[in-house]
Design a protein around this ligand. Structure first.
Ligand code: SAM
Length: 348
């Protein structure tokens, strides 16, 4: 969709993205200093709490690290506020287009009794002001202004390719019917649709505002997505219905108990012989201890992701087998082992 930000909003967004990417360069300097000051990265404790206790004070004593932390904390705390302010400057110009893209043919099917799990309600994941639903156009604010304009440049423009790689990992050539869980504003959905253009594609999320942005994307691009508001643990779909059930970047945002319930539901709605494929961030065991410390520090401890560590230390393949899948593997993709992908097959 074409739109033009006002000068103030555009400059604020670009500034924030720049602070984030330029301050990232301080990381290597802080690493070098810590090692020069005697941190032995070969003998670090495995336990995540002990690891934090051992490494964090040493790094926090380094001025470059403190500056890096200041920049990262500040950009995280500001990105939602800056994006909302940028949107408000163009609200009158852009909202008629956004509303028109919601009119047809793709519709969101809203739940009569909206699911609202405790771990999700009102949580500002990644410290995004307003969370998933805290603004009437939060789908556009998050999917377009935060994710595409601010986050994507800091991931070298690779966030969409990473998502597509998860769909490509599904061991199916021509699934007839696919269900995506936790589709948010439709960013992984785009990858799934590209990899399996002929499949009937269903996608659910808890957040109505994010589903509306997915709906706009589908309408704008002539795609036929069946979007509905539901908890991934209770989708309301028939038993044995989908060749592929899939999700990306949702499991690190939910506690393990909820992950168990979602996997149980995935098993129920997957056709016998079909697959559930779950992509998400890298497992902790795939990192050396120093990199693991960093990942834990910036996400679990300071990143506004309360379930990150719990996800990263839980063997998803074991959870899937426990749920009743007949085969399951959980591995990293490519040379960087990123993202991590669970491939679970239902017997049949
Ligand atoms: C980080 S976003 C993932 C976004 C998306 N899949 C992507 O590729 O960017 C996590 C999404 O999971 C949704 N979510 C969290 N718990 C859920 C649940 N139990 N059922 C359905 N969606 C859920 C959130 O509302 C949010 O939209």
């Amino acid at each position: 969709m074409d739109y033009t930000l006002q000068q103030r909003g555009r400059a604020s967004i670009d500034f924030l993205a720049d602070v984030r990417s330029r301050s990232d360069r301080l990381e290597a300097i802080a690493d070098e200093r810590a090692i020069a000051d005697g941190l032995d990265t070969e003998t670090l404790p495995d336990d995540p709490d002990a690891l934090q206790k051992h490494v964090a004070p040493r790094l926090e004593a380094i001025p470059e690290f403190r500056l890096l932390k200041l920049c990262r904390d500040w950009t995280l705390e500001q990105h939602g506020l800056v994006a909302i302010a940028a949107f408000e400057e163009i609200r009158d110009a852009v909202s008629p287009q956004l509303d028109a893209l919601q009119s047809q043919p793709n519709r969101v099917s809203y739940a009569d009794d909206p699911p609202d799990p405790d771990y999700w309600h009102g949580v500002e994941f990644h410290k995004s002001a307003g969370g998933w639903d805290g603004h009437d156009y939060m789908g556009f604010v998050h999917g377009e202004l935060i994710h595409r304009r601010m986050v994507n440049p800091n991931f070298f423009g690779l966030i969409y390719a990473t998502r597509k790689s998860v769909a490509e990992a599904a061991p199916l050539t021509a699934p007839e019917r696919i269900l995506e869980i936790g589709c948010c504003s439709g960013q992984y959905t785009q990858g799934v649709a590209e990899v399996f253009p002929d499949a009937e594609l269903w996608a659910c999320d808890l957040s109505p505002r994010q589903l509306e942005q997915a709906q706009r994307y589908a309408n704008e691009h002539g795609l036929n997505w069946r979007l509905f508001q539901a908890d991934g643990a209770a989708t309301g779909q028939p038993d044995d219905h989908f060749d592929l059930v899939t999700s990306y970047a949702m499991f690190h945002e939910i506690p393990t108990a909820a992950a168990r319930d979602v996997l149980q539901e995935c098993l129920r709605v997957t056709k016998p012989g079909g697959y559930t494929v779950i992509g998400d961030v890298k497992a902790y065991h795939a990192y050396d201890n120093y990199s693991r410390w960093k990942n834990d520090y910036w996400n679990q401890v300071h990143g506004g992701d309360p379930h990150w560590r719990e996800y990263a230390v839980t063997d998803l393949a074991a959870l899937a087998l426990e749920a009743g899948f007949s085969e399951a593997s959980w591995q990293g993709l490519g040379e960087h082992h990123y993202p991590y992908v669970l491939i679970a097959r239902k017997a049949g």
